[in-house]
Design a binder for this molecule. Structure first.
Ligand SMILES: Nc1ncnc2c1ncn2[C@@H]1O[C@H](COP(=O)(O)OP(=O)(O)OP(=O)(O)O)[C@@H](O)[C@H]1O
Ligand SMILES: Nc1nc2c(ncn2[C@@H]2O[C@H](COP(=O)(O)O)[C@@H](O)[C@H]2O)c(=O)[nH]1
Length: 189
């Protein structure tokens, strides 16, 4: 069976990666699978272990790094985040197009290891809109919101490392542009 396409969706916290990803997954023709990450951050209300993330302790995460079980990992605003490698390999070998929704340090690691990966960076229409979105989500304390916003400009400055940059004006427009990019890449894969 033909291996699936590895897809990285990156962008600053609050830009709308998760929201756009959910829209993309409504299109079954894209044959997408989501890579569930591992993190040491605490679950938000409504988040379930094994669905949004595998929520683990710092010790468990560091053991996974030592075992070589992560495709990439990074520290982001005080917590570890990483992509379990075996699951991604399994999905790719089953022919699934695997979407990694990850921050920029991890994305750069995957680009080194898998230069053929399709890489997409999502940007906000304006920095004011980014702030409005992250605050509007009401999931983080003020100090964490501030730290995430402080990182955003530096993260956006890495966007030229990605093969595609998409502005998230509306969820429908961003998802539709990304779906077209994925379809073109599937055809050439
Ligand atoms: N195009 C859009 N227009 C208006 N609001 C949006 C848009 N896209 C996403 N949002 C809203 O912005 C907030 C942040 O979106 P989301 O949680 O998807 O961001 P994210 O990039 O996945 O964040 P993180 O990296 O922190 O996980 C949510 O409340 C979401 O409903
Ligand atoms: N490098 C990685 N970054 C990841 C991974 N999973 C998620 N993320 C990114 O972390 C930030 C914060 O996420 P949040 O859920 O706490 O808001 C965000 O940019 C995610 O996309 C991963 O496995 N590796």
């Amino acid at each position: 069976m033909k291996k699936g396409l590895l897809i990285i969706l990156s962008g600053p916290s609050g830009v709308g990666k998760g929201t756009v990803r959910e829209k993309l997954f409504e299109d079954a023709t894209l044959n997408l699978a989501y890579s569930i990450s591992m993190t040491t951050r605490s679950p938000r209300p409504g988040e379930k272990n094994g669905r949004e993330y595998f929520f683990v302790t710092k010790e468990e995460f560091e053991k996974k790094i030592e075992e070589g079980g992560l495709l990439e990992h990074a520290q982001f605003v005080g917590n570890y985040y990483g992509t379990p490698k075996a699951y991604v390999d399994q999905l790719l070998s089953e022919g699934k197009n695997v979407l990694l929704e990850i921050e920029v340090q991890g994305a750069l690691q995957v680009m080194d290891k898998a230069p053929d990966a399709l890489t997409i960076f999502l940007v906000p229409p304006t920095m004011e809109e980014l702030e409005k979105r992250i605050r509007g989500r009401r999931t983080e304390e003020e100090n964490i919101v501030q730290e995430r916003l402080n990182k955003a400009a530096k993260e956006i400055a890495t966007k030229d490392n990605y093969k595609h940059v998409v502005v998230n004006n509306t969820v429908e427009q961003a998802a539709s542009e990304i779906a077209e990019i994925i379809k073109e890449n599937i055809a050439q894969h």
